[in-house]
Design a protein around this ligand. Structure first.
Ligand code: ASC
Length: 149
């Protein structure tokens, strides 16, 4: 059992860290992948937001489930920003490729904020969830402002 879990974890880590270019047959596939991951992240982040903003009643279990999904999903889009996708017409700005260090920093910041949100969601404290949600939303927006048309 322990071995199975360890093996599954190793496989999951490998899937996220494999050289991105090797994972997609065509640049269009990479774009579809990153857009799908970001879309799913937005869906689950919005469900948290609805509770953080009081639009739907707070349910700690729903908050926890969505925060966990958002953290997992936050790791996925970046592999889809392969160099061969720069030439395709998407909302990604040229700075994604021209200023890769800044783009990486924006990714790391967002992943860090949603990891904190997931930690806080486990406590079930709505005030803390609201604060962590606000910080995470800010990290989404900062990256969109800089790198999305
Ligand atoms: C969302 C969503 C985003 C972020 C962003 C935060 O729910 O889909 O892209 O929040 O709007 O500013």
């Amino acid at each position: 059992m322990k071995l199975a879990v360890t093996t599954a974890l190793a496989a999951a880590t490998l899937a996220v860290s494999l050289p991105a270019a090797a994972q997609f047959q065509k640049p269009e596939d990479a774009v579809k992948y990153r857009q799908s991951a970001l879309s799913l992240m937005g869906t689950h982040f919005s469900r948290l937001g609805a509770m953080a903003n009081g639009r739907v009643p707070f349910d700690a279990k729903v908050a926890q489930d969505n925060a966990a999904l958002v953290e997992t999903l936050s790791k996925l889009p970046w592999a889809g920003f392969t160099p061969d996708t720069e030439k395709l017409r998407t909302k990604a700005k040229a700075d994604v490729w021209k200023d890769g260090a800044k783009f990486k920093q924006a990714q790391d910041n967002m992943m860090s904020e949603v990891a904190k949100l997931n930690t806080v969601a486990k406590t079930g404290n709505l005030d803390q969830i609201k604060a962590a949600f606000g910080n995470a939303a800010g990290s989404c927006k900062a990256c969109h402002d800089a790198f999305r048309e």
